[in-house]
Design a protein around this ligand. Structure first.
Ligand code: PRX
Length: 648
């Protein structure tokens, strides 16, 4: 497991340019407000909800008419796009909302709140022309260009739920998500660049669309200027749509607080990704408040989050939470090491970034290249650093702290998930002392619990299941078209409590130490991949009889995918087949799901009831001869064969 924590680390209190909100400037004040948020949640959230503008005030802060489903701010109406744009115009119309840096150094754009509103209104009108109505779904398959944020906000403006599909996903994965969400419009691009290489996105979209007859309109952004085909009657150039026939201001539609804002597909423990549904009021309040307090946002901040908007981090802390606060977000199209490992630090210097938020895998990969890269750059504009996506090992934490923050910037290690909408466990900078490797303390209104198998509370220092006792405004409301899976996945193990899927322990100071996923989800470079998804991709290849996929520790990626593959009679397992299988997984899911290693196996360790013993496979894949208790195994002989295969 990555992120093995040393609990004896000194507590750090770095201070740089901090003037926290008066009531959270110390640990004592944090604890006081935290207690109030738990004791009087309705009062607390009722007050915090004033952070966003409501076109109709809510009448009830929180209710659970049908447990575990919950409702926040019922009776209230609001529009997320209005909150992120229109309301800033009088005071911040000319302020930069998005600074965009293309992969090529000289490609930069700066978009003010006024310009962003204008573009969002134009796209809203185009979506209206395509027949998109309140309650519909629109799929967005775009690289990291401003059009991705514009598309999301235009959907929110007219009351359509967006579903963004990460541009690194394959056409097959895109088709599955379009079909499940029932989207009728797709927004995509001709292509984009990744490490200088052209990716023909439209060709992938076309392949997906051949299986998605419900999509009757496609807007195509001209980004890479590669040659593509536009299908008559269905496909239109974005820039033409935005230029012509514009009626002016597009009125934001007042949405019920519980109306869906977006679906975001994420991996679970089955082969089918789940459409996590977030609704308007609760999500917006939660992402806005956490952005404001955890990142201590100030009017002059330049916030650079390196996540792709195709993931929840980009949704909450590049688009909604940031723009709703009227902040300036930096958006970068390319890879962190393109063309060299100094790229991110050049961006920090160039735009005088004050808050930098990234994933531990990025830190590890850049740390490996040496301190000379950050040393070449003026990073004094930074005052706060953040991490997200996987546990951070104390060594990387210190590298980040010393070489990027130069010992002066606190690091907020923020723990959360696609389903939580926003950060649940994190220090409040300047107030909560830091311990390298710990996500520290719960945010206001969040009651984490570390539980044993039987649902009782674990002792201090004892590892258990991380659960959250009560709902908070940002919690996903359901899984799209599958409320049963929502209940089963999150609320059935510990009745009524939200099961996170992570392991954790709490120390004597009440700090949480996340130990990683304890379900069948793997975190590869911070990306979430279900073992079952990779297994079903592998068995869909002719010649494969069965597959079992487990995580193995990886020095840069945190975890990597190790696949055990049983072949059908007559199929020969050789290196060529390994390459073909890896390519097949890429085609089915995307490059992020490609196995790091494939081992052909004659048999898999199974219980007498036929269940694959992953614990045993994990030990074998990690190179350990100690596979633990095998008394329940149907045929203990397979272990020896697998160990021999591993050593080969
Ligand atoms: O295992 C935890 C890990 O990321 C998972 C959620 O993944 P995803 O839904 O893709 O969202 C990632 C971005 C919010 C969690 O179950 N994780 C996230 N943040 C941390 C973390 N693990 C340890 N420390 C963190 N700070």
């Amino acid at each position: 497991m990555v992120g093995q924590k040393k609990q004896k680390d000194p507590v750090l209190r770095p201070q740089k340019n901090f003037s926290r909100h008066a009531y959270t400037s110390s640990l004592r004040q944090y604890r006081k407000l935290y207690r109030r948020s738990i004791k009087k949640p309705e009062e607390f959230w009722g007050e915090q909800a004033k952070l966003v503008s409501w076109s109709k005030p809510f009448s009830k802060v929180f209710s659970t008419p049908k447990k575990p489903f919950c409702k926040w701010f019922s009776g209230g109406k609001l529009n997320a796009s209005f909150n992120c744009l229109d309301r800033h115009i009088p005071s911040r119309g000319e302020k930069t909302a998005i600074i965009w840096q293309g992969e090529k150094e000289d490609e930069v754009a700066s978009i003010s709140y006024r310009e962003l509103l204008d573009r969002v209104c134009r796209l809203s009108s185009a979506l209206h022309r395509y027949g998109v109505k309140k309650g519909d779904r629109v799929c967005i398959y775009l690289p990291m260009i401003p059009e991705i944020a514009i598309s999301m906000l235009a959907c929110a403006r007219i009351g359509a739920a967006h579903t963004v599909v990460f541009a690194g996903f394959s056409s097959h994965a895109l088709a599955k998500r379009i079909q499940d969400s029932g989207a009728k419009v797709l927004i995509t691009a001709d292509g984009f660049f990744r490490r200088g290489k052209l990716i023909n996105l439209k060709a992938m979209a076309d392949e997906a669309l051949s299986q998605c007859p419900a999509i009757n309109n496609v807007a195509v952004v001209r980004r890479a200027k590669n040659k593509i085909a536009l299908k008559g009657g269905r496909d239109r150039w974005w820039h033409k749509e935005m230029a012509g026939n514009f009626p002016g201001y597009s009125k934001p539609v007042a949405m019920a607080s519980e109306a869906p804002l977006f679906l975001l597909y994420t991996s679970g423990t089955t082969g089918t990704p789940k459409g996590v549904e977030h609704t308007t009021g609760g999500y917006l309040v939660y992402s806005t408040l956490t952005a404001k307090m955890i990142f201590d946002l100030k009017e002059t901040d330049i916030f650079f989050c390196t996540a792709d908007i195709g993931w929840i981090t980009g949704h909450s802390y590049i688009v909604y939470g940031l723009l709703c606060n009227g902040a300036t977000a930096v958006m970068y199209e390319g890879a962190p090491d393109a063309p060299d490992p100094g790229r991110l630090w050049r961006i920090v210097e160039k735009f005088k970034v004050s808050i930098f938020y990234t994933a531990p895998t990025v830190i590890r990969s850049l740390a490996k290249e040496g301190e000379q890269w950050p040393r070449r750059h003026e990073l004094s504009s930074l005052r706060l650093l953040g991490t997200v996506g996987e546990p951070i090992n104390p060594e990387s934490w210190r590298w980040y702290f010393n070489n990027i923050g130069r010992g002066k910037c606190p690091i907020v290690d923020t723990w959360w998930q696609t389903e939580t909408g926003g950060i649940l466990i994190s220090p409040l900078p300047g107030a909560v002392p830091l311990k390298p490797g710990s996500a520290t303390v719960p945010f206001f209104g969040i009651e984490p619990e570390v539980l044993r198998e039987d649902g009782t509370r674990a002792k201090i220092g004892e590892e258990g299941y991380l659960a959250i006792k009560k709902p908070w405004p940002g919690i996903a409301r359901t899984i799209w078209k599958n409320p049963k899976r929502y209940i089963e996945t999150y609320f059935s193990k510990f009745k009524g409590k939200y099961l996170t899927g992570d392991g954790a322990k709490m120390d004597e100071d009440g700090y949480y130490w996340i130990t990683g996923r304890i379900d069948d989800v793997i975190k590869v470079s911070g990306h979430r991949i279900g073992t079952a998804e990779v297994e079903s991709a592998l068995v869909s290849y002719h010649g494969v009889a069965e597959a079992a996929v487990v995580p193995v520790p990886h020095p840069i990626k945190g975890e990597a995918i190790y696949a055990f593959v049983m072949l059908k009679k007559g199929t020969i397992g050789n290196d060529n087949l390994k390459v073909e299988l890896a390519e097949h997984v890429k085609k089915e899911i995307g490059a992020i799901a490609k196995p790091e290693a494939i081992q052909f196996a004659e048999g898999l360790p199974k219980t007498r009831s036929g269940k694959i013993m992953r614990r045993v496979l994990k030990a074998i894949a990690s190179g350990s001869a100690d596979v633990g208790d095998v008394s329940t195994m149907a045929d203990a002989g397979v272990v020896q064969a697998l160990l021999e295969g591993r050593n080969k």
